[in-house]
Design a protein around this ligand. Structure first.
Ligand code: GDP
Ligand code: ZN
Length: 458
């Protein structure tokens, strides 16, 4: 049973002008009343109401800030405890002072993730949902946000639960068979076990298949923008980032270093790397840039190669195009506002038609086609399907792999007609591993580990 009351600043410091302090626990309302001065005591107010008032230092009577206070009484709150949220308006100093006053009034400073941990311990959310909340806080793009949202609504948890349910049923069948081997009610045939195990493996495989996309969604598709100097790489990067970040100049070779930028194109997060031109050069600074470009190409999930449509391809460009064959690459024929000097015959022999996009960054043309091509390449429409369950958490992926491994063992044992109680052990292990994903039977230390990753105040 949780006895004490915790408090912390719930909004990221420096984000916006309003900061929220969250208080949770049995004393939340009475502690808030010790520093809050409004028309009436908060204690006399009904749940889910908001009140205007002032925070005053009880020692000096001095006004610290004007605030709006929301009350959510147990169990209808995120933690299922009494929760008070104090919205401060006066910037960081009054916020810290208000928090200090609340701590002096009897609250304890919350540990990172402790609010979410309480929500979990009080049965408000399961572990997969709790972790989704953490992803939600960290997510970088709208799309990643909605994936985290879906998971937080429990769609992964539901899948895991139904999988575990099937495994329990299977174990029950096996149990009957072990306990009453002479019973002929339902003969436990190996083919029955094999059937059930195979479908469980298929279900886990399905979840794991989304794992790569999950990674992509959280971290961004690593995208290298490459090409000879002056073709428009930095301009493209700026266009996508919609702010002047990379330096654009008329002098070839100006972009000496790799510049990183997170952008969202068609709802897909990209981690863009603008690289120096691919070119043999004596200039030391630029050579470092060229080296980095090469390693950026090796590490990239997607390569956007930019060429100047207004000039013939150089030998370097041709050999790079050949080098990039078979990779996830789009060839951007930039400066389409100028007359074309490209050898289209050579190009059509070396690059698939749907991998070439005519564009003019200068006139903002072709950007939409680029977004669509990227979306098409990576998801083949998968993101848009009616199956929004994504596994995007490395702990989940690890546990799913372990469960899968145990089921494979069970399957092999069944196929080799091993004793049935040995098969039982593997199925049980799989069931336990799946349980760890949603937080059934997790040790305290694991819990602490998971929740300590959360931001303070969540
Ligand atoms: P980088 O060296 O590949 O990064 O090229 P920059 O982005 O620095 O661009 C080099 C020059 O090409 C600049 O003067 C840009 O304004 C110009 N440029 C970029 N895109 C276009 C385009 O679509 N059309 C035309 N005409 N000029 C462009
Ligand atoms: Zn550049």
């Amino acid at each position: 049973m949780i006895e004490d009351t915790i408090a912390a600043i719930a909004t990221a410091v420096g984000e916006g002008s309003i900061a929220v302090i969250r208080i949770s626990g049995p004393e939340a309302i009475s502690i808030a009343d010790r520093v809050y001065h409004g028309k009436a005591k908060l204690d006399s107010q009904p749940t889910h109401t908001i009140h205007y008032g002032k925070v005053k230092d009880p020692g000096t009577g001095e006004t610290v800030d004007e605030v709006l206070v929301s009350i959510m009484r147990a169990p209808r709150s995120f933690t299922m405890e009494d929760v008070v949220e104090v919205s401060c308006h006066g910037g960081i100093v009054p916020v810290r002072r208000t928090l200090d006053l609340l701590l002096e009034a009897g609250a304890r400073l919350a540990e990172p993730g402790e609010f979410t941990k309480r929500a979990f311990l009080n049965g408000r959310i399961d572990l997969a949902q709790a972790e989704a909340v953490m992803d939600l806080i960290r997510s970088r793009s709208d799309r990643a946000f909605s994936v985290a949202m879906k998971q937080s609504e429990g769609s992964l948890s539901e899948r895991i639960r139904s999988l575990r349910h099937d495994l329990v049923e299977l174990m029950a069948h096996i149990e009957v068979n072990i306990d009453y081997p002479e019973h002929d009610v339902e003969e436990m045939t190996n083919s029955f076990i094999i059937d059930k195990t195979e479908s469980a493996i298929a279900a886990i495989d399905g979840l794991l298949r989304t794992a790569r996309q999950g990674k992509v969604l959280r971290e961004g598709i690593v995208t290298a923008i490459v090409g000879r100097p002056n073709v428009g790489k930095s301009s493209l990067m700026n266009e996508l980032a919609q702010e002047e970040r990379a330096i654009v100049t008329d002098i070839p070779g100006t972009t000496r270093d790799v510049i990183e930028e997170y952008v969202t194109v068609n709802g897909i997060p990209l981690k863009l790397l603008d690289t120096a031109g691919i070119r043999e050069t004596a200039d030391v600074v630029e050579r470092i840039g060229v080296e980095r470009s090469k390693s950026a190409i090796a590490d990239a999930d997607l390569i956007l190669m930019v060429v100047n449509r207004n000039e013939a391809l150089s030998d370097d460009e041709k050999s790079l195009i050949e080098q990039l064959r078979g990779k996830a690459m789009l060839l951007l024929l930039n400066k389409s506002d100028l007359p074309s000097a490209l050898d289209m015959e050579w190009l059509s022999e070396h690059v698939d038609k749907e991998r070439m996009i005519e564009m003019s960054v200068k006139e903002h043309r072709g950007i939409d086609q680029l977004g669509e091509a990227i979306a098409k390449m990576f998801f083949s429409g998968a993101v848009e399907t009616a199956d929004p369950t994504y596994v995007s958490n490395s702990r989940h992926i690890h546990l799913l792999n372990q469960a899968n491994h145990s089921l494979q063992e069970a399957l092999r044992a069944a196929e080799e007609w091993m004793p049935i109680d040995m098969i039982q052990i593997d199925i049980r292990t799989a069931w336990e591993k799946l349980g760890e994903i949603i937080g059934d039977a997790v040790g305290e230390s694991l819990l602490d580990q998971i929740f300590s990753q959360f931001c303070l105040g969540k």
